[in-house]
Design a protein. Structure first.
Length: 502
């Protein structure tokens, strides 16, 4: 009887935990459309409070012998201390789940043995999301079956912190890294993985949730590298030598504050201008000398990158901002059209340009997607839906359907109606890349998945693991060569390809 009195609080706490978790994850008929990150956060709070309640019970109310109580309480804190001795906190996943890694793990280095002027079948991938910033690679035909001829690792090496991707031109692969107090733009030799040069600027972005280091992919254009740092430092370097040509603090220029999650937009080059989100403005600098060409106040660019396109017969820059979606005249930056957007959470995923002068924008954290039709008189809303909540990944349009990661699960959407065709495959908050007629999904936790896009069902063809740990960086496909990195290492793989499919 005494033992049952001692244990009944444990049973009550356990029942409360089970009940609260069931309400969190299963309690609503529309639970699948609730904000997953809120569920994860609430789950963490429930588990922490339950652990503290059990600790208090063991120390003061268990009626266990004093020595046993001390062992339980002391063992709990010893376990916590031992855990943090062996593991270190590395931020959170896209669903806000805390992630840890072994403190004493050393990154492996496997560099190619031979210097080569250029890898056979290589091609340029000069900026964020490829040549046209639409995450679509043409002219590369990936094999559908990787069982006989799997992707081949060419090299692997450690890199500095940060979520920047690679830009590739010729045999130069350039990314942006954090090394202690310095941001470094680093040029690697694509064929071997060896460092050719590295710039150094004293700048440091870090956030407990978002991680450390630069987060924007550099742009390579006409022999120059344009790189946006996590604190808003825009640097321009000579591609061959790494010499600094000019730099600007875009946040200071615009009077804006450092974004909560760091400056993440990749510079857009057009007509001799470098267009960037400058915090409190969309701004353009002259590419030759860094002088400010124009700046549009009243627009607060968020975490996406400016996109050059043509809508309603008008060449324009589309910008996804903190509280709006806008189109701008490239020559002077003036606003051509503007629609409001909820200022609820970060807007990161790139807007998708669809046939018929339409723009599809999507955001996570329960915001969803909205389709707009752009005319000479402005923009009008066509539909809005919670069925596609893109957090990081760019959306893909292929043969009349849209593919995207809805809170980490792949979705096929009919853009005519906003209705979902299917939702399958939890790949996490990764990235998407359309390679001719096949879809490459870079999973958040290190897998590359090959998918045949179809509105009928999810058709997964093959997969392999490229690295351990979280990958938020966008991949680069330079011809048949897949270049990937996270905030600790980078690797180059030769992908299996076939002759042109008819």
């Amino acid at each position: 009887m005494t033992m049952s009195k001692r244990l009944w609080p444990v049973l009550v706490i356990g029942a409360l935990v089970v009940g609260l978790l069931a309400l969190t994850w299963l309690g609503s008929a529309d639970s699948s459309e609730q904000i997953r990150q809120d569920k994860v956060t609430l789950t963490g709070v429930i588990l922490v409070l339950a652990s503290l309640a059990l600790l208090v019970w063991a120390a003061f109310f268990s009626r266990l012998p004093h020595r046993t109580r001390w062992w339980l309480v002391g063992g709990f804190f010893m376990f916590i201390a031992a855990f943090f001795v062996m593991f270190r906190y590395r931020g959170v996943s896209g669903d806000l789940v805390p992630e840890f890694e072994p403190r004493f793990r050393t990154a492996s280095t496997e560099l190619a043995d031979v210097n080569r002027a250029l890898l056979p079948g290589a091609a340029d991938y000069p900026q964020f999301l490829g040549a046209d910033r639409i995450a679509h690679v043409e002219g590369v035909h990936l094999a559908r079956d990787w069982s006989v001829d799997p992707p081949k690792l060419l090299w692997r090496r450690p890199v500095g912190r940060g979520w920047s991707g690679f830009a590739v031109v010729g045999n130069a692969a350039v990314t942006h890294e954090q090394h202690s107090a310095e941001e470094r733009v680093v040029r690697y030799e694509l064929s071997t993985g060896r460092v050719e040069w590295a710039s150094r600027e004293v700048a440091h972005y870090e956030n407990a949730l978002a991680g450390e280091g630069p987060r924007a992919t550099p742009t390579i254009h006409e022999g120059r590298v344009y790189a946006m740092g996590g604190t808003g430092l825009l640097t321009v370097l000579d591609l061959e030598s790494g010499e600094l040509l000019w730099k600007r603090d875009v946040l200071r220029d615009s009077g804006g504050n450092e974004p909560t999650w760091g400056k993440s937009d990749s510079p857009l080059l057009l007509d001799g201008l470098v267009v960037v989100g400058a915090g409190a403005a969309l701004s353009a600098y002259r590419a030759d000398d860094g002088e400010l060409a124009w700046s549009v106040k009243g627009v607060s660019p968020a975490y996406g990158s400016p996109l050059l396109t043509t809508l309603a017969g008008v060449r324009q820059i589309v910008s996804f901002n903190a509280d709006s979606l806008t189109g701008h005249d490239p020559e002077e930056g003036s606003v051509l059209w503007e629609v409001p957007w909820p200022r609820r959470q970060p807007n990161v995923a790139q807007p998708l340009i669809l046939p018929g002068d339409r723009v599809l924008a999507s955001a996570g954290y329960g915001v969803g997607a909205r389709l707009f039709h752009i005319t000479g008189d402005g923009a009008e809303l066509v539909w809005e839906s919670l069925r596609l909540k893109a957090k990081f990944a760019h959306l893909i349009y292929y043969q009349g359907y849209v593919y995207g990661l809805d809170d980490g699960i792949l979705v096929c959407l009919d853009p005519e109606t906003g209705r979902r065709k299917w939702k399958r495959g939890r790949y996490g908050h990764g990235q998407l890349l359309l390679v001719e007629d096949l879809l490459l999904v870079q999973g958040e936790h290190g897998d590359i998945i090959l998918i045949e896009p179809s509105p009928d069902e999810l058709r997964e063809l093959a997969r392999f693991t490229v690295m351990d740990g979280k990958i938020w960086n966008t991949p680069a496909l330079a011809g048949r060569y897949l270049l990937v990195r996270n905030d600790a290492e980078a690797a180059l793989f030769e992908m299996p390809v076939v002759a042109n499919r008819s």
